[in-house]
Design a protein around this ligand. Sequence first.
Ligand code: GRF
Length: 221
Amino acid sequence: MRRKLPIGVLVSGSGSNLQSIIDSIEQGRLDAEIKVVISNIHDAFALKRAQNHSIPTLVISHENFETREAFDEAIVRALKSNRIELVVMAGFMRIITHVLLDAYPGKIMNIHPALLPSFPGMHAQRQAVDYGAKFSGCTVHFVDSGVDSGPIIIQAVVPVLDDDTEETLSARILKEEHRIYPQAIQYFASGRIRLNNRRVMIAEGQCEMSTALHNPGLSGF
Ligand code: GRF
């Protein structure tokens, strides 16, 4: 039996990425075990999803703490007591501090619904539509002290279509989020990730595209 990486998932909302991680584990494609799901929002639907699969949950409300650091200390205590080796932020809507970063250096992942470094921050899908980008997508990255700025592990490219709204683009991107997040965690769990400055190298990881993608497509060029 393969070793299962003990992970803790931080959530704030609907938890569809959490669900994709749970499903990947149950299907035997991801060698991890979710030891705890921590939410800063007491009625986040993500908590229900975890409970449906008998995964322990914890609510740690940021409102009960005077500082971001004190909130992070409570999160770290919960993660350490569960012997977590990788922290997975999945729709966790808080900016973290050095307290959490220092407790898990190089061991915190996040997913962002854009092709970073384009469109960091809130409403990334709306930013892509409003800007007129022809491609957007999603990114799984390690977390550093900036906003959506850490080393990139994997990205999926998603086209922006002429009739896209924020909602239709978000839905198309979300489908890819659900594929790349479990994959990124499995890269970590299987020891395939190597960091070279801020470039993440995946052992035997191959790009699926050999030349380029065009949107709109080329006609004879
Ligand atoms: C996702 O789009 C994720 O990229 C962003 O927040 C959203 C969370 O969705 N960080 P869910 O809670 O996983 O359904």
